[in-house]
Design a protein around this ligand. Structure first.
Ligand code: NAD
Ligand code: UDP
Ligand code: UDP
Length: 312
């Protein structure tokens, strides 16, 4: 049995990770300040003796004894990370320093949830880990993108300088149950709009592309990365290479929900990347990992989740 700390454990991805690591028999310590996290996400674990919850902001030091750390704390959707951009950068940077300091003291292995946003609005397609990215350092997405880039720098410097055992994964767009219904990300927005019969809001002309992975595939990849014994530290892309336009996504969700919602077009936000698709050759080779759940099956489960949530 391992003692595992999950920062951001009450969020979308964190709550799935708590569930899976508890199922595997570990002790899970969930740390969250509930900025975007939700108590309902972790409610099912509260009576598990191996689960513990601490309300804490990782920009402040934390002294606990653990064997592994998954560092996920950080708002992930543009409306939330742009709400208090200074706090977003602090969470990524001060948060990384504190969690790396904790890992250094306890000799814990630590995995950083980095992001495809480190590639910015990319000039190469699909994106490989060796690509350095194209990020506007003073734009409205920079608090998130540059914060995550600096966190990667800190991880690699703690590894080089202090021999901290690190792992870095770059997560591409992920969706599934436990996403916040109002968090503004495209899959949750479109499903909620379709189920309520409201207009489906496409930003721009909908020709921008994304590649969406279902949450269960991501969790499998993150755990494989943490546990790999080859000392492969990354960074490694975790995403589903199945790429489509935002307009295609809207049409698919309308069809699958049988909704009467109409599509409306709204202005494209500043610095919105035009295309994004992971190259997952490295994850296949090093982790023997690739996503298994196709869009239709993943959307079906996510639509079921939001249907229940909206009927409560
Ligand atoms: P989320 O917003 O649902 O979860 C983030 C969690 O972190 C929330 O529970 C929030 O309350 C908590 N948090 C935020 N600031 C904190 C702080 N200072 N101290 C303690 N807790 C704090 O988002 P998510 O989609 O679950 O994302 C989790 C991680 O994965 C993030 O680091 C995000 O950058 C990364 N990621 C997610 C995606 C995606 O598609 N969902 C893609 C790339 C990277
Ligand atoms: N830290 C923490 N928990 C620990 C150990 C360290 O939160 O168990 C924080 C501590 O506040 C420090 C940061 O992590 O500011 C970085 O730690 P490190 O040992 O690298 O640096 P130093 O203590 O020398 O500043
Ligand atoms: N988007 C959209 N309508 C929405 C929400 C998002 O058209 O209601 C677009 C957004 O402009 C972006 C894409 O969908 O081009 C993915 O947005 P999301 O915020 O989910 O993720 P990210 O931009 O961080 O990849």
């Amino acid at each position: 049995m391992k003692r595992i700390l999950i920062t951001g454990g009450a969020g979308f991805i964190g709550s799935h990770l708590c569930e899976r690591l508890l199922e595997e028999g570990n002790e899970v310590l969930c740390v969250d300040n509930f900025f975007t996290g939700n108590k309902n996400n972790i409610l099912p674990f509260l009576d598990n003796k191996r689960f513990e919850l601490i309300r804490h902001d990782i920009t402040f030091p934390l002294y606990v004894e653990v064997d592994e750390i998954y560092n996920l704390a950080c708002p992930a959707s543009p409306i939330h990370y742009q709400f208090d951009p200074v706090q977003t950068t602090k969470t990524s940077v001060h948060g990384a320093i504190n969690m790396l300091g904790l890992a250094k003291r306890t000799k814990a292995k630590i995995l950083q949830a980095s992001t495809s946003e480190v590639y910015g609005d990319p000039e190469i397609h699909p994106q490989t880990e060796s690509y350095w990215g194209r990020v506007n350092p003073i734009g409205i997405r920079a608090c998130y993108d540059e914060g995550k880039r600096c966190a990667e720098t800190l991880f690699f410097d703690y590894w080089r300088q202090h021999k901290v055992k690190i792992r870095v994964v770059r997560i591409f767009n992920t969706y599934g149950p436990n996403m916040h219904p109002n968090d503004g990300r495209v899959v949750s927005n479109f499903i909620v709009q379709a189920l309520k019969g409201e207009d489906i809001t496409i930003y721009g002309d909908g020709s921008q592309t994304r590649s969406f992975q279902y949450i269960d595939d991501l969790i499998e990849g993150m755990i494989k990365m943490m546990n790999n014994t080859e000392e492969f530290i990354g960074p490694v892309n975790l995403g589903n290479p199945n790429e489509f336009t935002i307009k295609e996504l809207a049409e698919k969700i309308i069809e699958m929900t049988g909704s009467k919602s109409k599509i409306v077009f709204k202005p494209l936000p500043e610095d919105d990347p035009k295309q994004r698709q992971p190259d997952i050759t490295l994850a296949k080779e090093k982790l023997n990992w690739e996503p298994k759940i196709n869009l239709e099956d993943g959307l079906k489960k996510t639509i079921e989740y939001f249907k229940k949530l909206l009927n409560q």
